[in-house]
Design a binder for this molecule. Structure first.
Ligand SMILES: [Mg+2]
Length: 317
């Protein structure tokens, strides 16, 4: 049983990142599945990965032991399609560049999908560009032609790299940059983190104001910056890409509300004990304040040691 005063009790819902928080590749992050199963507030899973459809992501989560329906997964493709429905009438013709998740999100949002292999002679009002492992140079060319012809250009996300088990692959940000080189400008809108639309789509789907939602993530430059931009509190966990030191050096736009070793923090009473999440968060804020004030390195080292010590003690046995 989690204590009544658990961290998660301070919020009406949780929006959780996936890679580096719930799983790493095919494997679950230790403690993540148990921690999420035990929550009694709604949880949505928000991923910048635009190539997989929500149903595939939900199936992966169920394989890991986490009950999950496709409606509980929000992708940056869906956020991109959602943005378009706010700006364009139903049935608007949109060029879908990327994996199957991009076209599916557009169709489900009531937009008319044109695929890049339809060739010349078609007019689209917008382009939704997301990652897909099979995106070709001619797909990117079709995106560039449409943008030059005046189409609104929405990128699902601009992550430059995509970590794989063989190293870094070019992510959607690199594919967007290729189109940008051709057309001489960047996308009109980005849907995924750190831009706010993906988180705002989650808040709308939950029907809960952003200020009452806790965003959980492992990356400061996407998950945490996106939470700050969307007006959500955030929990930064140390199970993925960024480490404690990156957090201590983060600029104001990327500073989390809470820091914890892993998702077990959600069930922890933030006030309990001498090494509590509240004290840890305060110690992290002290480092940020000292940095902002240009404190000497000896002072920063002392404050950093305090954070390290609290982090070591806040970890459940
Ligand atoms: Mg992540």
């Amino acid at each position: 049983m989690r204590p009544a005063a658990a961290l998660v009790s301070r919020y009406a819902a949780v929006v959780c990142d996936l890679d580096g928080v719930v799983y790493r590749g095919p494997t679950a992050v230790p403690h993540a599945v148990e921690a999420l199963r035990a929550l009694d507030v709604p949880v949505l899973y928000a991923t910048n990965n635009a190539s997989r459809a929500p149903g595939d992501v939900a199936a992966h989560l169920r394989e890991l032991g986490l009950p999950c329906a496709p409606e509980l997964v929000a992708t940056s493709s869906q956020a991109g399609a959602w943005l378009m429905t706010q700006r364009m009438p139903a049935g608007t013709s949109v060029l879908a560049v990327g994996g199957p998740g991009v076209a599916t999100a557009l169709e489900e949002a009531g937009l008319t999908v044109l695929r890049p292999d339809a060739g010349a002679g078609h007019t689209v009002s917008a382009v939704l560009q997301g990652y897909g492992p099979s995106v070709t140079a001619s797909d990117l060319a079709e995106a560039a032609y449409a943008v030059q012809a005046g189409a609104t250009w929405v990128a699902t996300n601009t992550d430059a790299t995509l970590p794989t088990d063989r190293g870094m692959a070019p992510g959607n940000g690199s594919l967007v940059a290729a189109v940008e080189r051709a057309v001489g400008r960047g996308p009109d809108v980005v849907a995924g983190k750190p831009a706010p639309p993906l988180y705002l789509l989650c808040a709308e789907r939950l029907d809960i104001p952003a200020g009452r939602v806790l965003a959980v993530g492992d990356r400061l430059d996407t998950d945490i910056e996106g939470a700050v931009a969307a007006g959500m509190d955030s929990l930064f966990v140390l199970t993925g890409v960024d480490d404690l030191y990156a957090c201590l050096e983060a600029p104001a736009s990327r500073r989390p509300t809470w820091v914890a070793p892993d998702l077990r923090a959600l069930a922890t009473d933030p006030d309990a004990g001498p090494a509590s999440l509240v004290r840890l968060a305060a110690a992290v804020r002290a480092v940020h304040a000292a940095r902002d004030a240009g404190a000497p390195s000896s002072e920063l080292a002392r404050l950093t040691e305090r954070v390290q010590s609290l982090l070591g003690d806040v970890t459940p046995g």
